[in-house]
Design a protein around this ligand. Structure first.
Ligand SMILES: Cc1cc2nc3c(=O)[nH]c(=O)nc-3n(C[C@H](O)[C@H](O)[C@H](O)COP(=O)(O)O)c2cc1C
Length: 222
């Protein structure tokens, strides 16, 4: 797939077919993605890849914790968004709920939607990106974000859909237990991976973007 086409057509997929994704395919995706640049070539990333029955057990545990109202343990939680960022967050939720036929006042349906995220959208595969906690500076985080996009684009090249989701790693102690991740490492992001279910309404969502003209200062192009 052409690079520009991949960048323009990638979108978050939140409904997957149950067909498994092979270890070979994920290996090829990661092999391509680790060509991502990093400051001083530090390569701050490590991966946990889960599928099959183990992933099902992990999703059951995370879903149960969410249903019990357990406060997530991961230290990545940020303060609430404000201003235009909050507005974009609200717009996204409204677009998803509209596609899914979830009414604003339907608290139970909204909760079920949240639960879906904590269950990694029932994807057959979940990649967790981890890094040493000391790799937390601007440079390191840039590289970690970049590899997330690389994984999503490489997956697209294999006909796979992805959704980067912090919901997927919020109960980090569950992942720590299954994958023996020490406290010296942070779970940075989760990426749900699988073949897209094209009949799933939310997969139709093409999110908006602020036009380039509004966010770019041009110098020397007059
Ligand atoms: C760091 C990060 C965390 C995200 N966390 C979630 C999440 O917890 N749940 C979810 O449904 N989507 C999550 N997303 C997906 C975003 O909502 C999505 O990327 C955004 O709305 C733009 O839509 P697009 O990916 O379809 O272009 C996350 C994306 C990123 C980059």
């Amino acid at each position: 797939m052409d690079i520009i086409e991949a960048l323009k057509t990638r979108r978050s997929i939140r409904g997957f077919k149950q067909d498994p994704v092979s270890r070979e395919t994920i290996h090829k995706i990661l092999e391509a993605a680790i060509r991502t640049p990093s400051g001083m070539n530090t390569q701050p990333w490590e991966f946990v890849v889960a599928g099959g029955k183990v992933l099902d057990r992990i999703r059951e545990e995370c879903g149960k914790l969410f249903n019990q109202g357990v406060i997530p343990t991961n230290d990545m939680l940020r303060k609430p968004f404000e201003g235009v960022y909050r507005q974009r967050q609200v717009d996204l939720a409204m677009q998803i709920f509209s596609l899914m036929g979830i009414a604003r006042e339907d608290r139970e349906a909204r909760k079920q939607w949240m639960l879906r995220g904590f269950r990694f959208f029932d994807a057959p595969c979940q990649i967790v990106i981890c890094a040493e906690k000391e790799m937390q500076y601007h440079l390191d985080m840039l590289a970690l974000g970049a590899i997330c996009q690389s994984i999503c684009l490489a997956a697209l090249g294999y006909g796979l859909g992805t959704c980067i989701a912090d919901q997927g790693i919020m109960y980090d102690h569950v992942w720590r237990q299954y994958a023996a991740i020490p406290e010296s490492k942070r779970l940075v992001a989760g990426i749900a991976v699988g073949y897209p279910d094209n009949s799933f309404p939310a997969n139709r969502l093409v999110t908006g973007r602020e036009p380039v003209g509004n966010i770019t200062t041009w110098l020397g192009f007059d």
